[in-house]
Write a protein that binds this ligand. Structure first.
Ligand code: IMP
Length: 425
């Protein structure tokens, strides 16, 4: 089983880092396929806590090659800073590979992300303000600059001239900002290019060669299914395709090279930023979840919105990603609740929806239908085998499995590496 994709099935922050950690030791390559430094994986290895935004988690494992695929948008300054921080903590970053086709986040992307959000006022998306949307927009508009352009000053300068002409008009005439100087950008970016030169390569061939050689390749998704540009809660989404299919386009491998697709879900549900969230809990329950689950963003520090597990979303994600298994994280956070709610369907006007509704008006206005399960109200953070879990906790896991229709392989009961329970053998 050489190709494994790891995807969040909710609105992000499902704890994908913990699952990567579980698999990484037996993995030869960890490949990021979309997103940028809007992501945040927290990983604890040998008692050391690492918050990674752009560098694939594989960097923490000496035998693993971390790869940034062509579908990722890269802020080279952030990448170099992250590499330096890691190196300063003794992590070898020399193995890191960056696709020459990956698009660059430019200073005007950051500026435009900030000013366009401000302009949207109450309709703002609540982006991470890292320039992600504007960078992907330029990629689609074919005026983006790519990592390989950093290695050719003439090409870089020509492309930047074209892009900057338009961006400066936008910044000055539409948003009333100062224009950016081409010479400043060129100086900074060509310097980044020199420093990144040893890492920039044709990663698609590297990944394919690894797969052909029977190596294990982990395709690491950032954000999650419900933030997918095509299939999520548009427009309250990110600007890339976190779904498993995105791993093919974002790295340059074919669909038949990915055999195992692991969906990651919290035992409850969170989202950051704006947008519909049918199973959002009432403020008192949400506060308990925030505190027990430490639900603050790794990238922005924002408090996450919290709610109950949504099985409709789970089934939708199982279909979109063709999940072969599911991992449920943070089960211990629910120890404070009895009963525990699961959203099993939505009601809209006089219709019941068991499947994800076909249009956003329904999703925006639907009323969640809850099932209540017995809570266990005891500390489960010491559980290591399925038999260690109280019967109510096992019942909860089984019910999710039934409702989503995908076998659950693991559940985590705390942040530590060892706080994980194998559910199916
Ligand atoms: P952007 O990706 O910065 O453009 O933000 C678009 C939406 O995706 C916003 O609602 C963000 O809060 C959300 N988002 C982006 N990255 C993450 C993440 O890693 N976890 C959770 N939400 C995210």
């Amino acid at each position: 089983m050489p190709g494994i994709a790891l995807v969040g099935i909710q609105w992000g922050d499902e704890g994908k880092g913990k699952v990567t950690d579980l698999l990484a030791e037996k993995t030869d390559l960890v490949v990021r396929y979309q997103g940028g430094n809007n992501a945040g994986h927290t990983i604890v290895v040998d008692g050391e806590r690492y918050a990674l935004h752009l560098v694939p988690t594989g960097v923490l494992y000496p035998d693993c090659v971390p790869v940034i695929g062509s579908g990722v948008v890269v802020d080279p300054q952030v990448l170099l800073e992250e590499m330096e921080t890691l190196a300063g903590r003794g992590v070898d970053t020399k193995r890191l590979l960056l696709s020459g086709n990956a698009h660059l986040i430019m200073p005007y992307h950051l500026e435009l992300d900030r000013v366009s959000e401000r302009r949207l006022g109450k309709n703002r998306l609540g982006t991470t303000k890292r320039g992600i949307g504007p960078a992907y927009a330029d990629k689609a508009a074919r005026i983006g600059l790519r990592a390989q352009d950093l290695l050719d000053p003439k090409i870089f300068s020509e492309k930047l001239t074209v892009a900057l002409k338009e961006k400066n008009l936008l910044l000055t005439r539409v948003y009333g900002r100062l224009p950016l100087e081409q010479a400043d950008i060129e100086r900074a970016y060509l310097d980044y290019g020199e420093r990144l030169r040893p890492h920039i390569t044709d990663t698609s061939s590297v990944v394919q060669a690894a797969l052909d050689g029977g190596k294990t390749v982990l395709f690491e998704g950032a954000q999650a299914t419900m933030l997918d540009l095509d299939h999520g809660t548009y427009p309250f989404v990110t600007s890339s395709n976190p779904v498993a299919g995105g791993a093919c386009a974002g790295t340059g491998v074919g669909p038949r090279d990915i055999q195992r697709i692991i969906g990651i879900s919290k035992a409850y549900c969170t989202r950051v930023g704006s947008g519909p969230f049918p199973s959002e809990a009432d403020p008192a329950d949400a506060e308990i979840l925030v505190e027990a689950g430490a639900e603050y963003g790794t990238t922005t520090g924002r408090k996450r919105r919290c709610g109950w597990f949504d099985a409709v979303v789970g089934r939708y994600a199982a279909r979109l990603n063709t999940l072969t298994e599911l991992v449920i994280t943070k089960l211990d956070v629910l120890s404070a609740f009895d009963p525990i709610r699961i959203c099993v369907a939505y009601d809209y006007e006089d219709q019941r929806f068991d499947a994800f509704p076909p249009n956003q008006t329904i999703f925006n206005k639907c009323v969640p239908v809850y099932e209540e399960l017995d809570g266990w109200m005891e500390d489960i953070t010491g559980a290591r085998r399925i038999e260690d879990l109280p019967k109510e906790a096992r019942g909860y896991i089984e019910r999710i499995e039934e409702l989503v229709g995908v076998p659950i392989s693991w559940t985590s009961v705390g942040p530590g590496r060892e706080q994980i329970v194998r559910v199916t053998t």
